[in-house]
Design a protein around this ligand. Structure first.
Ligand SMILES: Cc1cc2nc3c(=O)[nH]c(=O)nc-3n(C[C@H](O)[C@H](O)[C@H](O)COP(=O)(O)OP(=O)(O)OC[C@H]3O[C@@H](n4cnc5c(N)ncnc54)[C@H](O)[C@@H]3O)c2cc1C
Length: 321
């Protein structure tokens, strides 16, 4: 996004911008506003100039990076429940060359070596470095989770927006929502009986951390969902597990070359209610009876808990797949 400098010029002398989220989208949005304010001749508030601006980037964790900030975020959650989708062993599924911002190619980063498919910590370092080099860091409000935003009803014609965290209330001319879409793990309602039957032997992919864990050893694991997470997790676990099923609706049912322990099966209908063996019923009528662990790689729902209904953002649960 690149806010136009003419639009900013036409507005009032002091412009306040709030950005919700300090991931890739949030830091890039902040840089876009900084460029536009510079082009329009605005100075940061406190400079004594006639035309000034303020930007606050609200980030609920301690540093920028969003999903790529694995180290701090895993460290900040309970050791038993991991609540961020990034996992220890992840490498990018796109080459870094197509993941970089045009104003900050990878070769400007001193540590960047030749590999294209890089680790999550390399992407995290890149985003932190970008934020530092582009002057975004000084606008970050760390450990500030936005709980509510609303239009300023005391002055409806002003179009101003009030942003609340647990400890602050501030008013802005523009608010940009960059909160990502990995806050709300989703399991389709039809699969919940399966989750109940498997109890602590079932979980959502958000809790997955590494395929090298001994807990997979000699287990038969069913990954429900055969997209990016499901296939990557299945590939990793298959190094240790006895067998891994990858269940994907309408999938071509075939094995993976070099991964004999992985079997791709069709979509999962749910728990097989015909006996008490917690079998898993597939869409072709087959029942898997040897599953030890179920991983729901079934994605996330959109979540904008802080937005007021007047904004009109509507979505169905399970819509985002
Ligand atoms: C496991 C995994 C692997 C991926 N691999 C790739 C890949 O290889 N290549 C690729 O291009 N993309 C990949 N992605 C996609 C990734 O989502 C994008 O690369 C990018 O990081 C999205 O950035 P974002 O800023 O939109 O969201 P996020 O990175 O999710 O950042 C959102 C930020 O908003 C903050 N936030 C949320 N709510 C609030 C609130 N109420 N108040 C304050 N702050 C809030 C969060 O703490 C977070 O820091 C992957 C994603 C995952 C989960």
């Amino acid at each position: 996004m690149s806010p136009s400098s003419t639009a900013l010029q036409a507005s009032r002398h002091h412009v306040r911008v709030g950005i919700i989220g300090g991931g890739a989208a949030g830091v890039a949005t902040c840089k876009g506003f900084l460029d536009a304010f510079n082009a329009a001749g605005y100075k940061r508030r406190g400079s004594g100039d006639d035309q000034t601006f303020d930007i606050d980037v609200f980030e609920k964790y301690g540093t920028v990076g969003g999903v790529w900030d694995y180290k701090e975020r895993v460290g900040s959650t309970s050791p038993t429940t991991k609540t961020i989708p990034m996992y220890r062993s992840l490498r990018t599924n796109l080459p870094r060359e197509v993941m970089s911002f045009s104003s900050y190619p990878w070769n400007l980063l001193p540590s960047a070596e030749g590999r294209s498919y890089i680790t999550h910590s390399e992407v995290g370092d890149y985003l932190k470095s970008y934020s530092h080099r582009m002057g975004v860091n000084q606008y970050i409000k760390s450990n500030s989770e936005v709980e509510k935003i609303q239009f300023d009803e005391s002055s409806p014609s002003s179009g101003k927006i009030i942003v609340q965290t647990s400890s602050t209330t501030s008013t802005y001319d523009h608010v940009v929502v960059c909160n990502g879409h990995y806050e709300s793990p989703s399991v389709p309602p039809s699969l919940l009986p399966l989750s109940t039957a498997y109890g602590s032997s079932s979980f959502h992919s958000v809790e997955y951390d590494s395929g090298e864990d001994e807990k997979w050893r000699d287990k038969t694991v069913l990954c429900i969902g055969g997209r990016a997470s499901g296939t990557d997790i299945a590939r990793e676990i298959s190094c240790v597990a006895r067998k891994v099923y990858v269940s994907e609706r309408g999938a071509a049912v075939e094995g993976w070359p070099g991964r004999e322990k992985v079997e791709v099966v069709g979509g999962t209908v749910g728990l097989d209610e015909s006996d008490s063996e917690r079998g898993v019923l597939l869409e072709d009528g087959r029942v898997l009876k040897d599953v030890d662990v179920v991983i729901f790689c079934t994605g996330y729902d959109y979540s904008f808990k802080f937005l007021p209904p007047e904004v009109g953002v509507k979505f169905e649960k399970g819509e985002r797949r």
